[in-house]
Write a protein that binds this ligand. Structure first.
Ligand code: GAP
Length: 518
């Protein structure tokens, strides 16, 4: 694990106002975080990038903003009351609580880590003549590691599928898995734990008034299928997209904003004719990976098919991203058949169907879903962007520059306006004038505190792509220096050109175009 990068990332988020632990004055609340001023901007930009790519760029995808509270029967029909569980195991000595499947996956990660070390060693030894594919197929130790990892994964998937809690416990014992904290192997039995948070409606007593905080935004889309279809007159295939909060009582919330108890999802349900699901599943896999590749290096992204399908899924694949703690799920793409719409139709007694004029038939549509966590996307973007580099300072000495090389369109602040000196009214007045003009176009920040070099570094650290400096030449000819965050090069431009130049470089359009170049 790139522990160093991860630690730097967490402290950078706090120091520059991206993310704070929730309720920090009361020592925090596990698995819950608040987004600060820079974080709120970056998160909004990620959401805008998703919304535009999905809704604005597709005439057959429309948006929705459904309520978090929904009728409790929805969660019965969706299967979440009965099947949205994780296997829980306690360590009797440390009193720590774990997810049994994650403990077992941790063992698989360890074996895969050893395997990759062998491959790296061989790569160094054989140099240019190294045939990696052949080595992976033929080296006895590598093959053994791969087989061992695969066998554990298969047994884990089988036990999860069969709800076999005793099988999971056997695996933990056989693999001699120890508590990562205390090293103790003294485990309780494994049991199921439902992940939904519940609360009570004030005017209905007892079980009937028990409400759940939604664990996924998707159900709000399913139960609005007929409303949306009728009011928008969309024809199948068409999609409904939604961004919103979801809540899960995660047994182990960890790795910062990777696994939270309150988080945000960006989900799209694509309603299709039964029988066309394989084609649309492949279509959305390709579309979604292109969306990620426009903002992340291809080498940090990969597909991983699910061995263990969620209760609603007929096929599922994750888009994994290489976080500082390894490749992990960033987005899920699921072929959900007609499971949800049919269940709601049965439990509610209301017809949820579509009349397809092309084949003159009514049916319950099938669904292919794309679901990406906004917070995980935030963490992925930061992982890509946080860089420390050696650059010459004003005296020509080497100094460390921390820069957040965010995609321009996602940067919280697009342009900083900086008077060269703070105590010269003619400079600060002119800089204010430039700020007043530019803020109509994009998010700007006016900053006059500290030496100009320190102000540049502050803007680099929050990822501002452009800094405009107002100096004495500006007062004579209305030109300013425009500094580029990544190259640190400065060019002199006229004030009248600033809005157009910065807009051109930072507009969301640029990112959207990149998706289609993939
Ligand atoms: N509607 C389908 C669904 O909810 P999921 O794979 O359980 O599928 C989708 O979740 C995405 O939501 C994940 O790929 C992940 O990005 C995000 N997500 C899930 N649980 C999360 C958590 N506890 N904290 C942060 N993000 C989470």
């Amino acid at each position: 694990m790139q522990e160093d990068l991860f630690k730097r990332l967490v402290s950078h988020c706090k120091e520059y106002g991206f993310i704070y632990p929730s309720s920090e004055v009361y020592d925090g609340l596990g698995g819950v975080y608040d987004y600060g001023p820079m974080g709120a901007e970056l998160k909004n930009n990620i959401k805008e990038y998703w919304w535009k790519a999905m809704v604005q760029m597709h005439e057959n995808i429309v948006g929705l903003d459904s309520a978090i509270f929904m009728h409790p029967k929805i969660w019965k029909a969706s299967g979440h009351v009965d099947a949205f569980n994780d296997p829980l195991v306690d360590n009797k000595d440390s009193k720590k609580r774990y997810r049994a499947d994650q403990l077992i996956e941790g063992e698989v990660d360890k074996i895969e880590g050893k395997l990759e070390k062998e491959v790296e060693k061989a790569r160094k030894k054989f140099g240019e003549s190294f045939d990696e594919a052949l080595y992976r197929q033929t080296n006895t130790r590598v093959v053994e590691y791969a087989e061992k990892a695969r066998t554990i994964e298969m047994r884990l998937a089988e036990a999860m599928k069969a709800n076999d809690m005793a099988g999971l416990k056997n695996l933990i014992d056989e693999l001699e898995i120890a508590d990562p904290d205390s090293g103790s192997r003294n485990w309780t039995e494994v049991r199921q734990f439902n992940l939904m948070f519940s609360t009570q409606m004030s005017n209905i007593a007892g079980e009937d008034g028990k409400l759940y905080l939604r664990p996924e935004t998707a159900q709000g889309i399913f139960v609005n299928f007929s409303n949306v279809q009728k009011t928008t007159r969309q024809k199948i295939p068409f999609g409904i997209a939604q961004i919103g909060k979801a809540f899960r009582n995660e047994i182990v919330a960890r790795q910062f904003i990777f696994r939270m108890r309150e988080f945000e999802q960006m989900e799209m349900q694509y309603f299709i004719r039964p029988g066309s699901e394989d084609q649309w599943y492949e279509y959305w896999k390709a579309k979604r990976i292109a969306w990620h590749k426009a903002v992340s290096p291809a080498a940090k992204l990969r597909f991983k098919d699910h061995d263990n399908l969620a209760h609603y899924a007929k096929a599922a694949v994750d888009i994994q991203f290489e976080f500082p703690f390894g490749f992990k799920e960033l987005e899920g793409i699921h072929s959900r058949s007609d499971f949800d719409l049919r269940s709601h139709q049965e439990l509610s007694g209301k017809k949820i169907q579509y009349f397809d004029p092309e084949i003159n038939e009514s049916y319950v549509p099938y669904v292919v879903e794309t679901s990406v966590g906004c917070d995980r996307m935030f963490l992925a973007i930061l992982t890509n962007s946080l860089i420390e580099e050696q650059v010459p300072d004003a005296q020509g000495e080497d100094s460390t520059r921390t820069v957040l090389s965010l995609p321009h369109a996602l940067a919280p602040i697009k342009c900083a306006i900086l008077p060269l000196l703070k105590n010269k009214d003619e400079l600060t007045d002119k800089a204010r004038e430039v700020y007043e003009r530019l803020r109509f176009h994009f998010q700007c920040q006016y900053d006059e505190k500290d030496a100009i070099g320190r102000r540049y570094r502050r803007q680099d650290a929050i990822g501002t792509p452009y800094c405009v400096t107002i100096d004495f030449e500006t007062l004579e000819d209305n030109t300013v220096t425009l500094r580029d965050r990544d190259s640190m090069l400065q060019q002199r431009v006229h004030i009248d050109q600033l809005a157009a130049i910065v807009t051109e470089k930072t507009d969301m359009r640029k990112l959207l175009e990149r998706i289609y170049q993939e």
